[in-house]
Each structure stands twice: as structure tokens, then as C-alpha cells.
Design a protein. Structure first.
Length: 343
């Protein structure tokens, strides 16, 4: 059932971020009664308030690290989309406890408040970096997933609150992503700086991340984790595609080396997860392992399931060539607006 016809009030944590703003706008385009936005950045809240000018949008200044501020914002809502997070790999690498405080402790505050307030649906947003993580950001988001799944296992399938997660890769043109950086470098006449040209990443338009959260809300069983099948490209092809779209095909590209704790490719689902997953067409449902601590047979005999597939990662996903990347880029409003300036 669509969100707007199933509930009246929604809370989005981190609601002034890229996902949050997109979801807020989409919900307010329908008949939703109220959308609450919880974030700690009052400047971004003021900008969004002036942009929306809709009395159904209510703003709460607070921090997921503070359980009481989460509780105040959550009281009386029907669903929560938990998007608040520290997302930048380098900053989390240098300040890992800050990632723990927001992505782990903050998520636990959201999860436990949702249960206490008997929220109908809680959807937690995760990242491909949580799979086989090698950096603090990915580790902290993996812990968020484990907290959500542990709570779902604890309260059981008949609880008032349904807890689910979604996991996706790079959101194109989102805050801090590489596409706005490349566009700015092209505009300023500076070389496009890439880390490792053969590095691959999943490419997901913001609209697809919103659709994924909607899909989770509409289809989740207790503890499910959903991923959307997505195409990928090399960083080199992404840079070339942008240069060609902006009519500077010979724009210089400079390799600057890997950043702290980067991977050559990202993984959306491990082979072990996929061994029990449900293929839902454009999505995978990764189901909760509902065993409790009393599974002695597994200690003495081991798991009998045989894994017969590979991880699902950006090196073996559908690979877009330069023309394919250009087509996807041209579907984004931000790129359309910039390309229109050239004509």
C-alpha cells in the first residue's frame, strides 16, 4: 500500500539531507497530513522551510545522539525513515567515535524509540559500504544493520513496530558525491581528479533510493533488508561521460591515488546473504536470520546450506559503458539543467 494512503504522519531523521529533501518533497506532493524533519542543522532547516512553504512540514532541531530529542520528534507519528548519518569515508576514518555516536548509538536511539512509541514502520537507510566493511563509516553502518535486525528478532513478527533496512550504493548528485565535484572542476577549467580509474561504483539516481524506501515500507516483513539491483561504471567512464556531456571531451583527467580506506569495488550483498535471499525482480529481499541463541545443532554440525553464488558487487553488476552512463546522467534534473545552459 502506498505510504500516503497508509499513514498520516511521517518522521524523517536527517531530513535536510539529499534523500530527506527528496522524500519530503514527494510526500508533500500527495495527501500526507504531516511530515516531520529532524536534524541538527538549523541553517539547512531554514533553507528547506523557505523552499517548501508548506505548513504540513514540521521541523525539529535535535540530534539522533540525544534519545530525548528523538522521542519528542517521534511522538505520534506512524512511520519513521531513518536517514541521519555521518556518510563521508575520510571524516569517519579520522574521527571514528563520531561515526559510532551518530551511526551506531544514534541509530539505537531511533530504533528503541520506535519500539517504545509503537511506530508502525521503521525503515533504516544503509550503504553498500556496510558489506565486508574496511572503513569506519562502513563498520558503523554495518552495526546499524545489526542493531535493527537484533531488535526485530527480539520483538518478533507480531510486534506493533515493523523494522526493516535498505542498502544502496552511491546516490548520483547527492551531497558530497563525486559528480558535483567533477562538474565543478570542468566548469572551473581544472583537471578532473579521480582516485583509481578502474575503480567501480554502483550508480543510483536519487529517485531510485526513494523508490527503494517506498518498496521496503510496502513489502517488508519483520527484519527484512532490501537492496535494489543497480548498474555500475568505472570512475574513468563516469569522468569521460561528464566531459562529453559538457562538450569538453579532451578535458584533462588527473589520477590522485586512493583515499583513506577506499575499495576497488563496492558490494551490495554477500554470497552468504544471497543464498537465502528472495529475488523480487528489481530488488532483493535479504531475510532475517531468526534463530535465537539456542541453536546447538549449528555449533556441532555447522550450517547445511551450500552457497552457490558470488557476492553482488560493482565489478560483476551490469556495467554501463560511456554512452550508458551519459544516458543515465541525462535522466537527472541536475544534469539536465546544466546541459541546458550550453544551448
Amino acid at each position: 500500500m502506498p505510504i500516503e494512503s497508509a499513514i498520516n504522519r511521517v518522521l524523517i531523521t536527517g531530513g535536510t539531507g539529499s534523500f530527506g529533501k527528496s522524500m519530503v518533497n514527494e510526500l508533500l506532493s500527495g495527501d500526507i497530513e504531516e511530515v516531520r524533519i529532524l536534524s541538527r542543522d538549523e541553517e539547512k532547516q531554514d533553507a528547506l522551510r523557505n523552499d517548501l512553504r508548506d505548513p504540513r512540514a514540521r521541523f525539529f532541531v535535535g540530534d539522533v545522539r540525544d534519545r530525548e530529542s528523538v522521542s519528542r520528534a517521534m511522538k505520534g507519528v506512524d512511520a519513521v525513515f531513518h536517514a541521519a548519518a555521518l556518510k563521508q569515508v575520510p571524516s569517519c576514518e579520522f574521527f571514528p567515535m563520531e561515526a559510532v555516536r551518530t551511526n551506531v548509538i544514534g541509530s539505537e536511539n531511533v530504533i528503541r524509540n520506535a519500539i517504545d512509541h509503537e511506530i508502525g514502520s521503521l525503515v533504516c537507510l544503509s550503504t553498500d559500504k556496510a558489506v565486508q566493511p574496511i572503513n569506519a563509516m562502513g563498520i558503523s553502518k554495518a552495526m546499524m544493520e545489526k542493531l535493527a535486525q537484533a531488535a526485530a528478532r527480539e520483538i518478533g513478527p507480531d510486534a506493533a513496530t515493523k523494522i526493516s533496512c535498505v542498502r544502496y550504493g552511491n546516490v548520483m548528485c547527492s551531497r558530497g558525491s563525486v559528480i558535483p565535484l567533477f562538474m565543478r572542476q570542468i566548469e572551473e577549467g581544472n583537471p578532473i581528479t579521480v582516485t583509481e580509474p578502474t575503480m567501480t561504483r554502483f550508480l543510483m539516481p536519487l529517485r531510485d533510493s526513494v523508490a527503494l524506501v517506498r518498496f521496503a515500507f510496502e513489502h517488508a516483513n519483520q527484519g527484512d533488508l532490501f537492496i535494489k539491483k543497480a548498474p555500475a561504471s568505472t570512475i574513468a567512464d563516469l569522468a569521460t561521460a561528464l566531459a562529453e556531456l559538457f562538450e569538453v571531451p579532451d578535458h584533462p583527467v588527473q589520477s590522485i591515488g586512493w583515499r583513506h580506506a577506499e575499495k576497488l569495488y563496492e558490494t551490495l550483498a554477500s554470497a552468504q546473504e544471497l543464498s537465502t535471499a528472495e529475488d523480487m525482480g528489481g530488488y532483493w529481499r535479504l531475510q532475517l536470520d531468526s534463530r535465537d541463541l539456542n541453536y546447538a545443532a549449528y555449533f556441532s554440525e555447522g550450517e547445511k546450506t551450500t552457497i552457490r553464488m558470488d557476492d553482488y558487487h560493482s565489478h560483476n553488476a551490469e556495467r554501463l559503458d560511456i554512452e550508458g552512463v551519459k544516458d543515465l546522467l541525462l535522466s537527472l534534473p541536475e544534469i539536465q539543467a546544466e546541459v541546458a545552459k550550453l544551448s
